[in-house]
Design a protein around this ligand. Structure first.
Ligand SMILES: Nc1ncnc2c1ncn2[C@@H]1O[C@H](COP(=O)(O)OP(=O)(O)OP(=O)(O)O)[C@@H](O)[C@H]1O
Length: 222
């Protein structure tokens, strides 16, 4: 389990302050909250891209090479689609199998574009490639930060089924940031809600729905 305890980080006027947030292993977690509530900052802290001012992040035995993340605007190496796809394997001294790379290219709808300069891909194509690049080395903890925001409905369906199949066969831990309730309801077992830098609530998607409805009613009942 990933345990985040008494975590604090100030970035200019923004203050992240999380008393306790726990991510159970091998589950699909949703991370939700308004723009600027601190979701991406939290991910940067967990993945080690940023250092906390205070507090602890216990990765439960995971090493940094077991963890990966994708973003809404993924960075593409100035190289071909193929080299971008196999990059995580190369840096881990693993040989990519032809079967595996072809499978991922097909699932991403990028078959035939292997030799295309990756930065010239459309934004949705780049997101799909970054998703495949994140999964090709079989990580144990994956953060998906609004990566499906520019994908068409068919591609979203493909990636939702990739996640569902991985969870059936050899489950890993996922943290999915999305502003689209359908993703959360289709995929997640547990949802964590951020508000203004704090962790407000954790529960099942159904409990989250009740929580949000109740808050909304309270806010409008004065
Ligand atoms: N480098 C920075 N300099 C100044 N402020 C920053 C910096 N990085 C983040 N912030 C601020 O920290 C706050 C939290 O940002 P963060 O990206 O974590 O929010 P988020 O919940 O992921 O938002 P969104 O849903 O819009 O992606 C925001 O108010 C943002 O402006």
């Amino acid at each position: 389990m990933v345990k985040i305890i008494k975590l604090k980080k100030r970035i200019e006027s923004f203050q992240l302050d999380i008393k306790g947030l726990f991510l159970q292993d091998k589950k699909v977690h949703g991370l939700i909250g308004n723009n600027g509530s601190g979701k991406s900052t939290l991910i940067k802290l967990i993945t080690g891209l940023m250092r906390p001012d205070q507090g602890t992040i216990d990765l439960g035995g995971l090493r940094s090479k077991d963890i990966t993340f994708t973003t809404q605007r993924p960075y593409m190496l100035h190289d071909t689609v193929y080299h971008n796809l196999i990059y995580p394997l190369m840096i881990r001294n693993q040989m990519p199998s032809k079967e595996e790379t072809e499978k991922w290219l097909e699932q991403c709808g990028l078959t035939g574009k292997e030799q295309q300069f990756a930065p010239s891909l459309s934004s949705g194509e780049r997101q799909k490639l970054s998703f495949a690049r994140a999964l090709i080395f079989k990580p144990k903890l994956v953060f998906i930060d609004e990566t499906m925001a520019n994908m068409d409905l068919e591609s979203i369906g493909v990636f939702e089924s990739i996640i569902t199949n991985i969870q059936k066969e050899d489950p890993i831990t996922w943290v999915i940031v999305s502003h689209q309730p359908a993703h959360i309801y289709n995929l997640c077992q547990e949802v964590h809600m951020m508000e203004a830098g704090s962790h407000l609530f954790s529960g099942t998607p159904k409990e989250t729905g009740y929580f949000m409805r109740e808050r909304h009613e309270k806010q409008w009942s004065y």
